[in-house]
Structure formats: C-alpha cells, structure tokens
Ligand binder design. Structure first.
Ligand code: NAD
Length: 566
C-alpha cells in the first residue's frame, strides 16, 4: 500500500490511515515516520474523535485543525534530511536548515506563561485558534491506542496485589472504576490480565461497544444489580471477568456505598481533568450534556463539580470501609477540591504508591511501532526480546500476555516497561533486526511523556517527591533539550497533559530505527540519555535505588549522589 491509500472519504468525512509498506513519500524515513505516526494518531481505529482531530484524554489533539494537518503533511513530504520542521501547538510554522543529526521535527504544545496558565484563559485562547491541547502522546504523534496505557495499568494493579494483598495478581479481588475512554478502556483488560474481577462504570454506550469489540471488555449491563450478580458469580467461580456498567459514576459509587458493598480496590478514570468536556454530570447523557454545555457553560460546570464531589466523597467513604483507593492520574481530587470537598486528597495518588519505584530506576512505558504495518514485525521483535532477555521473568510474562490479549489499533505496536540499560539494548536489537531484514521495515521507538525523567506533575508523576521537588519543571525541559541533542527524530515539550492546564510540563521523543549505523549511534545515545536523566532526577531527590544504580555503574557522569549530604 502507498500514500494514495492513506485517505478516503466516507459521508463527506475524512478517514485517515497511515500508509504501510516500504515505499515512502517523504525524503527520508525520519520525516516518513513522523507523517505515518501523525496519520496513525488520527486513524479511526486509534483516535477517539478523528473528525475533530481529537486522539484521547479529553481534548488531546494531533493537529490544530485540518488546514494545519494538511500543511504538516505537505511540509514533511518536502522536508530535507538536514532540515527541522517547527510545530507550534499543532500548527507548522516553519522549517530551518539544521543538520542531519538534529531532530526532523520539534514540537511545542500548549505552553503558556505561568500566570496565565488557567483553564479559562487557555481554553479561550484555544477557542480563538491560537493554541492546542496536545495531551501527552496526541500532539507528539506517538499514541498507540489503548495498549499504550495497558501495561501501566497492569503494572499498577500488579503492584497493588503485591503491596496490599501480598499476592501475585488480583485473584479473588474486585475493582470498581469508571471511564472506558481511550485510556480508561485499558482498565478491564488490565484487571483480567491480573486475574481480577472489575465493574467499570461508563456513561456512553458507544464506548462500551468499542471496548467489547476490541476485546478489552468481557461483558456489559445497564443494571447495577446484574453487574453485582455477575461480579459475585465470577468471584465464586474464581474466574477473571470485566463488566461494563452503563451508568454515571456519581450515581453508582454513592449507591454502592449506601448499600454497604465494599470493593477491594476503587479508582476512576473519567477525563475529570477536563472540567468542560471530560466528566458527564449526573442525570445527563452525552447528548443532553452537550446541549446543556453549549447553552449554559457556567451552570454546566457547577453541575460537573457537584457530581465529582459526590463521587469523590463516596470514594473516601470506601477508603474508610476498607477499600484500597487511589487517584489514577486524572486529577479527580483537584476537581473535587475546587468543587468544595476539602479532604479530597485523602485519596492517595498511584505514582507515589505504586509506580515511583519503577521510575527511580529509569523504568517507564517504552514502546515501538512497526512502520511497515506488518504485525509479524512486532511478533518477531517480541520473540527476539524473549530470547535475548529471557532472564527477566516479568518482561517475558508481559510480552506473552500482550501477544495473546492485545488487539492492535492502527499500526502494530508494542509497549513494555523497561528500565535504564534495557531500553538501549532493546533499541539496538530492533535496529539490528531492521538492518538484517529479519523484519520488513523500519521501526519507530518512543515512549509516553508519563515517564521517569520527562515530567513535572505534582498531582501525578512527581506527587510527594522525597525532597519536595514536585513542582520543579526544569527536568522535562532538560529532557527535551538532551534528547534533541542526542539524535532523537522528533522531540516535544507539552503543558497540561493528563492533569490539565497549570498542572504539568512534560516532554517526549520518537526515533527511527532504520537499520543504519547512524541510527544505531543515535539509538545508543538517546536511549542512554533519556532514562539516564530520570535516574539522575530521582537520585537528586534522594531515592536510594537511583543512587545505588548510579554507583553500580552507568554510562553518564554525575556529581556524587548518595552517602554525603547534598
Ligand atoms: N494514569 C495514567 O497513566 C493516565 C494516562 C493518560 C491519561 N490519564 C487520564 O485519564 C483520564 C481518562 O483518559 P481517557 O483518554 O480515557 O479519556 P476519554 O475522554 O477518552 O474518556 C473518558 C471517559 O469517561 C466517561 N465518563 C465521563 N464522565 C463519566 C461519568 N460521570 N461516569 C461514567 N463515565 C464517565 C466518558 O464517557 C469517556 O468514555 C484523563 O483525565 C487522562 O488525562 C491517565
């Protein structure tokens, strides 16, 4: 397949699919990869609302508007191998001659001077067409569908099993959560992959259907009683099961609490960070909520806050009744507090509890995408990793489960949490496989912005840092500059993703393994530097596992972290 097959029109709408195969329409694989992954972000199989260029996470977009999208594609096709294209909040603004070692694209999304960084100001500027919300991987063109968060959710739940229940996985336990959107849709599969049972409340029937079709969700009902019956039966039979419950979290959580039904684990993954669009207030459907929002945005917001407070109060009560509760990175607590619930932060965040230990050793959601479009390329890489790193039981278990359970969306891709050292080895292994034609085409290697050294987000990734450096945002900027200097193919710095405007600064990169020696050099540099900075960030904050890793030997220099006071 070539470029000409990448776009069709259905009912006057544009339907985008990234080109597959080895024929390229750009002047190099770097530009071609950026173009394919921009297109892939808008593939209807991948994106939440491709007509409006929305990829995931509330209103996280890939390009500012369709005109900007077309201009980006045109400029990428014209771009030489020693030029760099600049993207300002989803809009291409120029290309400069740089060098072949520089990134092909530099992306900056949603940056706003701190005093102006409020929802009201930002969304007003957005409405006026001056900026764009890029979430994390939407505006940086490395979203890979729900698989992208699947492993993070799987790892979080596995850590809860170990830490809270002293068991491997969640056998015999049940989880209450909500939101089956682009990220939240990973929850049911992550629960059943851990052998648990889950009830996930979702207000939009079409999202439930999407998850059933994608095999992320086992079954659904619109009756709470039926959901509870199914849950009890599965627990009794010792079988994993995920149940979608059509309803509103603000209704269901308090109702369960009133009935004294206590889940083992409670969380929420509605897009509560986006108060305008991400959380449907109680008593409304998606359609009636839209009508209300358009007619009277201020009253609408008040209703949203009321519902969020109601749901959050129930979560706190569940905690008192013995449930393990946590905020899953959607800023629900902040919204509840803004809505008047003073003790919303009685709910702990998931990063300090369950993910920080991984970040501290440079581990995070590493991923790769087969630009050929051939699923066999991903399966061959899975096999090569299992063969080469078979000593890592956890990694092997994950890759086998992923292969069995994950249905690809758009270009075939794989994610795995990999730490400092391992990422570089995997990157070089993939490049060798391209070089030796074991796989059929180049591979894009990247990661989420939700990673070890690439994000400052006091309500999520950097909540409760040992030294209180939660809000220090120098790290993601250093990260982006370092990755650009080290040879990444494109680099991005965003504001707001995950927890919303004013709450996070974060950076990402993607690089292309095209099998050349030059790519191998760049891979070696970037995949050492990027997680290496994460190790430094955590050692600097006082995490012993980070300084111990440094003492064991790393491929970067640091001042002395560890035994002597800073
Ligand atoms: N923990 C993480 O690692 C992580 C990563 C990425 C994103 N996030 C955050 O998770 C949240 C969800 O992301 P997403 O991409 O799934 O968003 P999304 O917008 O695709 O989906 C949100 C879903 O919640 C549903 N919903 C809204 N209000 C509801 C209510 N009151 N009751 C039941 N369902 C309701 C919506 O219908 C929708 O399906 C966002 O805030 C995002 O920023 C967390």
């Amino acid at each position: 397949m070539g470029m000409e097959h990448s776009e069709t029109k259905a009912e006057g709408k544009r339907v985008i699919h990234a080109p597959r195969g080895s024929q390229i329409s750009c002047r190099g694989w770097g530009q071609e990869a950026a173009m394919r992954l921009l297109m892939n972000n808008l593939d209807p199989e991948v994106a939440k609302d491709p007509d409006n260029l929305i990829v995931y996470g509330g209103r996280g977009k890939a390009a500012r508007n369709w005109k900007c999208y077309d201009e980006i594609v045109n400029m990428l096709q014209e771009l030489y191998n020693d030029e760099t294209l600049l993207i300002q909040s989803g809009k291409p603004v120029g290309a400069f001659k740089t060098t072949k070692y520089a990134p092909r694209v530099l992306i900056v999304n949603a940056q706003i001077v701190p005093k102006w960084a409020t929802d009201d100001i930002f969304w007003d500027l957005e409405k006026r067409g001056l900026t764009m919300y890029g979430q994390m991987t939407a505006g940086s063109w490395i979203y890979i569908g729900t698989q992208g968060i699947l492993q993070g959710t799987y790892e979080t739940l596995a850590a809860i099993g170990r830490k809270e229940f002293n068991q491997e996985g969640l056998g015999g336990k049940w989880v209450l959560s909500s939101g089956l959107g682009e990220m939240g849709g990973a929850q049911p599969l992550a629960i059943t992959m851990n052998d648990g049972v889950g009830i996930i409340v979702e207000v939009d029937r079409s999202k439930i259907d999407r998850r059933i079709n994608g095999k992320y969700l086992d079954t659904w009902t619109d009756s709470l009683d039926e959901a509870l019956r199914l849950k009890d039966e599965a627990l009794k039979d010792g079988k994993p099961l995920s149940i979608g419950l059509l309803g509103n979290a603000a209704t269901v959580y308090p109702e369960l609490q009133k009935r004294g039904v206590v889940p083992d684990i409670v969380t929420d993954q509605t897009a509560a960070h986006d108060i305008n669009l991400g959380y449907i207030p109680e008593g409304y459907s998606v359609e009636t909520a839209e009508e209300f929002r358009n007619r009277d945005p201020d009253s609408y917001k008040k209703e949203v806050y009321k519902s969020i407070v109601k749901e959050t109060k129930a979560i706190i009560s569940f905690k008192g009744m013995g449930s393990n509760v946590f905020d899953y990175g959607n800023n629900l607590r902040t919204r509840a507090q803004e809505g008047g619930l003073e003790n919303a932060f009685d709910i702990p965040g998931y990063v300090p509890g369950y993910i920080r230990d991984l970040f501290a050793v440079g581990s995070g959601p590493f991923r790769w995408v087969a630009l050929s479009g051939d699923p066999e390329d991903i399966y061959k890489i899975d096999e090569a990793i299992i063969e080469n790193f078979g000593y890592d039981d956890h990694l092997v278990k994950w890759l086998k489960l992923a292969r069995e359970k994950v249905k690809f969306q758009g270009l075939p891709a794989r994610i795995c949490y990999a730490g400092y050292g391992l990422r570089e080895k995997i990157g070089l292994l993939i490049n060798d496989m391209v070089k030796n034609r074991v796989i059929s085409g180049p591979v894009a290697i990247g990661r989420d912005h939700h990673d070890t050294g690439s994000v400052a987000s006091p309500y999520r990734e950097t909540e409760g840092m040992l030294d209180g450096s939660d809000a220090i945002a120098d790290w993601p900027i250093l990260n982006a500059l370092l990755n650009a200097s080290s040879g990444a193919t494109w680099v991005s710095v965003h504001h707001g993703g995950g927890t919303g405007i004013g709450n996070a600064i974060h950076a990402g990169f993607v690089m292309v393994a095209d099998g050349t020696d030059e790519a191998a050099e760049k891979i070696s540099r970037v995949l050492n530097a990027d997680p290496g900075l994460g190790v430094i960030r955590h050692a600097d904050a006082g995490y012993e596992s980070s300084s111990s890793l440094i003492r064991k030997g790393v491929k970067f220099k640091t001042p002395y972290f560890g035994e002597q006071p800073k």
